[in-house]
Design a protein around this ligand. Sequence first.
Ligand code: AMP
Length: 211
Amino acid sequence: MKISETLNIPTLSTGDMLRAAIAAGSGIGKQAKVAVDSGALVPDDVVVAIIRERIHENDCDDGFILDGFPRTIQQSRKLDEMLKGSDDAVDLILSLEVPDALLEKRICGRWVHKASGRSYHVDFNPPLSLQKAKGKAAKAKRMFDDITGEPLEQRSDDTKEALTARLNAYHKQTVPVLDHYMQQGIKVVAIDAARDVDDVWKSIDAVLPRK
Ligand code: AMP
């Protein structure tokens, strides 16, 4: 969100788009649901088709940020082809790196306010409603957004089991994508995202391309 605001270009998150398709019960959503819930990757053709369509919308004319895509070498090749068609290329890759053990803590305690994207954590950033319940367990009946008072939700794949599958897919299929771009001479910056949000932001802000 902050990167989008700073560069004034949209963020396209394939994960968000797939969750929206699942919630809407569309054909793509039905195809994707089992994979998303279990933490497996959705077939390349499905996500490539979603991105292909989205990047042709007007708000992408000055560029866009891809969040969670490409996640396989095949997706990277397809993306490179798509961009070549309009004489474009990937400018910068930010690899936000967090050790698996910390990721498990962050993800399994995460609750989100769907409408705004605000994210909370049972221990690291509890909503006021949980703080007031002093020491009680994080259950849906005491998890509400600080600003709107609306209910918070947990993602269906923010479980230990699904996370194991997501991390496997990341290490086996997504890490090679970084090499794919390094070999093309594209700038790949590793960001230590195990730190505070403000520190992580400073590192990101320092490498963003400015016009
Ligand atoms: P995310 O919100 O990026 O963590 O993605 C959530 C889930 O959506 C992933 O675990 C996959 O099941 C699916 N997904 C999102 N992006 C992709 C992608 N580029 N390729 C395949 N599956 C994806």
